[in-house]
Design a protein around this ligand. Structure first.
Ligand code: ADP
Ligand code: ASP
Ligand code: MG
Length: 834
């Protein structure tokens, strides 16, 4: 056997993974796949068993004999069921006897309440140990029946601890000796050792547990003693995630973490790893792998001495909920040595652990957090310690602020990257979250921020987004979701809703979660169906505002409300025709991407345009606006592709109005102006007041959007626009205008004739360059691509460095709800890929 094959491997199966017989069998196949090298298997109690045993201990302490007996019976049944499902014959009998024996021992607890009311940590540990003992027994038998040589090794023979019952610390040297003596020969013979996790033996041989989640520690202790190179911790998650997936749905797997980063996360509440599990690995070159039980082929997360992912100064965040902040304040603390030491000694004496400390440089106050349940005791202990200082008014007060959450932002790269704290704080400020306290360890590996409990989840999401942790490429937790919020609900919004319902994408789920109008909004984090959207749109058409079906509020309030929920990759889609710049900036600040079909925000003052772009950049969000110029045609996309590939676009010429295109097509065919316009209105092409199209302003806005891409620095007013609305028709009511349409027929006939006489056709055209934008009526030569335009088609002609003599032409339908919704959908899809 090559040497590397003789290096022992340690595999630990967590309780969450071992839920039933099927899961147990799956764990067996994982172990078999790693044979024939030497293997040690550590198992946790079956899912939920430790909690159930703790409940039994509580019942015993209360003297609740009846409750205890029924809880114990249920737990026994669970184990027996698994034994029955996995085994037959003699082996089944043997295991059932083993389960019975474990529960037999519980009987006296229920029988003699008075005596057993004292459930000391020692007796509790004794009780708890049977959870892992039974699962290890079951596991060893299940592995053995495949023909694999196996031995069950009691944890007390291997793991040596101190006598802190409930959270014992391991004695590394004694453990190492015991492990080598007991397991060395076994492994050399090719026998797989199966060891219960979580427990060890005190110096006088009593059973003690290592603290909740302690099986992780058992595994790393064994790995250290055996000089293993790798420990696999099989869990119900795909690896260590950038955040708790229950709070941040965008959380991603971190492919690799440095040991110090992982330790920091574990200490600060990331429940995925026991806080002390990494201690045995200090100065040993042993990698820990957090691996997905459901997908053994996946790499999960490697925790090792390597430093990777340098592009991410922050790699993950974690949170400790249910904290209270204590602040000791007073002038008497200034420059007085030992106040801090006495403060923490007082807390320690009360047996309370402090998770975060911050002291203002003025030394006027010391502030630290403890579990909320211990806050009152900590305060009493402090008041006692500083009794005389308080009497002398040197210390003003010991204040408690309960209900706070400590959020840890962790990453080794933070030390070398300036501005991390600023980025975190501005993300929180933008999300409207107040920071109660902060602390940064001197290692600069962890920035801790305390916020009010109410804001805990939103704060984690804001920080996660600010550091773009959803881009770390270890894979997503589930199928990726993109949540869309619609601003405006008309034809386009409805078409989009229907289109989304029909979009089937591999690994990406799209849904509309909210709709906003002027009155308020409707929101459902679970998604609004196409049917629901159609009903809302129909109601709106009948004049019922959204607030009637949902809530009142401004668009910015709606965005703040929605951002407070666990949205995944949120995108605001603006299909209004209003000045929504402010809302868009608020959406960026709330961590949303923005897709526009609305031209207004991009065609207002240049200052506003720049502010929108700056807000997107500041929050690392994207602004996409394909649908603003050519509906579904790839115009902006083409521009970017050319620019990215090093080409330079010098000029864009376009007929970007479906309405005017249709009109001039009809005029060219000899139709009268009034007839042609009425026909267009009947088909629903123009704006409600067709003069908005005839005035050229719509084309001018499109031209301005294109011009600004090319670097045009001017305003809408700087565009030379030729209006097609006759002077007499400007200012009169719409109705009067429509009635008087015939009056202008003759003038139009003349124009069309004159163009024809010159061998050309009339077109309403925009030309944009970096310096100048013009919009107006021209006669184009019959040979020009513009002359061939048909119906409502649009055309865009790019003149670039590469496409100079023969420009690049894009032609196609450029108006209507369906193609516009298609353009929006394309933009949204670009945002789902990362
Ligand atoms: P085990 O089954 O080994 O005991 P745990 O239950 O201790 O596993 O750890 C996995 C759990 O940790 C997950 O179910 C998940 O909810 C939680 N968790 C919290 N933070 C994270 C994180 N950053 N990455 C992965 N899981 C996390
Ligand atoms: N079974 C113990 C617990 O639930 C230990 C472990 O799972 O690691 O805390
Ligand atoms: Mg655990």
């Amino acid at each position: 056997m090559p040497r590397s094959a003789r290096v022992p491997q340690v595999h630990k199966f967590g309780g969450a993974s071992l839920a039933n017989a099927e899961a147990m069998a799956h764990a067996v196949t994982i172990v078999l796949a790693h044979r024939p090298g030497p293997i040690v298997v550590v198992v946790s109690a079956l899912a939920g068993v430790t909690d159930a045993l703790l409940d039994i201990a509580a019942k015993a302490a209360r003297g609740d004999g009846r409750g205890l007996r029924s809880a114990a019976a249920a737990l026994r049944r669970r184990h027996i069921e698994i034994a029955r499902a996995l085994f037959t014959g003699a082996r089944r009998k043997e295991l059932i006897a083993c389960v019975d024996e474990a529960f037999e021992e519980l009987k006296p607890l229920g029988g003699a309440p008075a005596m057993l009311r004292e459930m000391t940590p020692r007796t509790t540990d004794y009780l708890l140990a049977r959870g892992e003992r039974l699962s290890a027994r079951l596991f060893a038998a299940a592995l053995e029946q495949t023909g694999c040589p196996v031995e069950y090794v009691p944890a007390v023979n291997l793991i040596k601890t101190d006598d802190t019952f409930g959270h014992a610390s391991a004695d590394l040297a004694r453990t190492e000796r015991a492990v080598r003596k007991t397991l060395g020969r076994l492994l050399a013979r090719g026998v797989v050792a199966v060891v219960p996790g979580f427990v060890g033996a005190t110096p006088d041989g009593q059973i003690a547990t290592l603290g909740r989640g302690g099986s992780d520690l058992t595994a790393t202790l064994l790995a250290r003693a055996l000089r293993a190179r790798e420990v696999s911790l099989w869990k119900d998650v795909p690896g260590v995630l950038t955040a708790d997936p229950k709070v941040v749905p965008d959380a991603r797997v971190v492919p690799q973490l440095h040991v110090r980063e992982a330790a920091e996360l574990a200490y600060y509440g990331a429940k995925v790893l026991h806080p002390r599990a990494l201690i045995p690995l200090v100065k040993r070159n042993i990698a820990v792998r957090i691996r997905p039980f459901a997908n053994p082929a996946s790499q999960g997360t490697e925790i090792s001495q390597r430093r990777t992912l340098q592009a991410y100064p922050v790699k993950a965040i974690s949170a400790i909920p249910g904290q209270a902040l204590l602040t000791v304040t007073g002038n008497g603390m200034l420059g007085v040595p030992g106040v801090a030491a006495r403060t923490f000694a007082a807390v320690q004496q009360a047996g309370i652990s402090v998770s975060l400390i911050s002291q203002a440089s003025s030394e006027h106050s010391i502030c630290f957090s403890v579990p909320a349940a211990s806050a009152a005791r900590a305060r009493a202990s402090l008041r006692e310690t500083f009794r005389s200082e308080i009497e002398r008014r040197e210390i003003d007060s010991v204040e408690v602020r309960a209900g706070v959450v400590a959020i840890a932002i962790v990453g080794l790269g933070m030390a070398e990257t300036p501005g991390i704290a600023a980025r975190a704080f501005s993300a929180l400020a933008d999300a409207g979250i107040n920071v109660v306290a902060i602390a940064q360890g001197s290692s600069e590996l962890n920035l801790s921020i305390v916020v009010d409990g109410r804001n805990g989840a939103a704060a984690q999401r804001a920080v996660h987004a600010a550091f773009q942790l959803n881009k770390i490429d270890g894979g997503a937790v589930g199928p990726r979701r993109t949540d869309i919020v619609l601003l405006g609900l008309g034809h386009i919004g409805r078409a989009l809703g229907a289109m989304i319902a029909q979009t089937r994408l591999d690994g990406v789920a799209l849904r509309v979660v909210g709709v906003i109008d002027r009155s308020g909004f409707v929101f459902d984090a679970g998604g609004l169906s196409a049917r629901r959207l159609a009903i809302l749109a129909a109601a709106k058409k009948r004049g019922a505002p959204l607030a009637k079906a949902g809530q009142h509020g401004t668009a910015s309030q709606a965005i703040a409300f929605m951002a407070g929920h666990a949205l995944s990759n949120p995108v605001l889609v603006d299909v209004t025709a209003e000045d929504t710049a402010e809302v868009i900036v608020a959406a960026f600040a709330a961590g949303m991407h923005v897709v526009l079909a609305n031209k207004r925000p991009l065609t207002g003052p240049k200052r506003v345009y720049d502010a929108i772009a700056a807000a997107a950049a500041a929050h690392g969000r994207q602004l996409r606006f394909e649908a603003t110029v050519g509906a579904g045609l790839p115009i902006i996309d083409t521009y970017h592709k050319l620019a990215e590939s090093g080409d330079r676009v010098s000029r864009i010429e376009a007929c970007p109005s479906g309405t005017l295109g249709h009109l001039f097509g009809e005029l060219g065919r000899g139709r009268r102006f009034s007839e042609a316009l009425r026909g267009a209105i009947a088909k629903g092409y123009p704006e409600p007041d067709p003069r908005d199209d005839l005035s050229g302003m719509d084309v001018a806005r499109k031209a301005l959007i294109l011009g600004r891409l090319l670097g045009f620095r001017g305003e809408l007013d700087d565009i030379e626009v030729e209006s097609l609305v006759p002077k007499q028709a400007r200012g009169i009511p719409l109705k009067a205008f429509l009635e008087r349409l015939d009056e202008w027929d003759d003038a139009w006939l003349e124009r069309v004739e004159a163009a024809r006489a010159r061998g050309g056709v009339l077109r309403y055209r925009a030309v944009a360059t970096r310096r100048r934008i013009r919009v107006g009526l021209v006669v184009v030569d019959a040979s020009s691509p513009l002359a061939s335009l048909n119906g409502t088609d649009n055309q865009f002609i790019f003149t670039t460095m590469r496409y100079k003599k023969n420009p690049l032409v894009i032609t196609g339908p450029g108006a209507g709800p369906a193609v516009t919704a298609g353009g929006i959908l394309n933009d949204v899809l670009k945002l789902t890929s990362g």
